[in-house]
Design a protein. Structure first.
Length: 213
């Protein structure tokens, strides 16, 4: 598995700069890659809803300042990059289908409403759990194609402060965009895809969903 120093040296190789021994070795190369690496890693968290970065956490309820709109307000987890879904507390399943024309888990068939605004999660779900993409903090955990995109983007950002070459920065930026698109496509292709299922308003009504507020 590539270390942070390895990934930084991949980026430096793209601009024909010498390798570093580590990101604190005092060289201009080490200084510049360490300056850009952490902010870039935070950006990678937002490139896509990475399947390997999805996690969940029980939310902590806070004072609800919008009680006319939502029945509950929760603090956003500190490591949340992007909220994806809300889950409610449910009893353990006694039986579940092995397949069928609907999403798995079946909770995905009905998205529970929520709003992420002002640093809070608003929802009408009691004791809610948030499914979210986590902020990335360890570049060694990135899959190979994402590491490649990260290294190219890092190279593009350090090309000017180290090499003073705007043309090289533009060229590497374009290569990084292509690598990023490939990484996102590969992550999407690795997911289990299910046929879309249309649920009519009548079906929602029979399930007791909707009605008067």
């Amino acid at each position: 598995m590539a270390t942070l120093d390895d990934i930084c040296n991949m980026a430096l190789a793209e601009i024909a700069a010498g390798p570093i021994t580590d990101v604190t070795d005092g060289s201009i190369e080490a200084r510049e890659v360490s300056r850009f690496a952490a902010p870039l890693l935070a950006e990678v968290s937002l490139w896509s809803d990475w399947s390997w970065a999805v996690t969940r956490a029980a939310l902590t309820e806070v004072t609800n300042d919008r009680p006319a709109e939502w029945t509950h307000a929760y603090a956003v987890p500190a490591n949340c990059a992007r909220p994806l879904a809300i889950r409610q507390v449910q009893d353990n399943a006694c039986w579940l289908p092995q397949g069928g024309p609907f999403p798995f888990p079946v909770q995905d068939s009905i998205q529970l409403a929520f709003l992420h605004e002002g640093g809070l999660i608003y929802t009408n779900v009691k004791n809610a759990t948030l499914v979210y993409g986590a902020v990335l903090t360890d570049p060694t955990s990135l899959p190979p194609l994402v590491q490649r995109a990260f290294a190219l983007e890092l190279a593009a950002r350090v090309a000017i402060p180290i090499r003073k070459d705007t043309g090289l920065a533009r060229e590497l930026g374009a290569a990084a965009e292509l690598a990023r698109a490939r990484a996102i496509a590969e992550d999407y292709n690795q997911r289990v895809r299910r046929p879309a299922s249309y649920i009519s308003e009548a079906a929602f009504a029979r399930a007791g969903i909707g009605g008067e507020l």
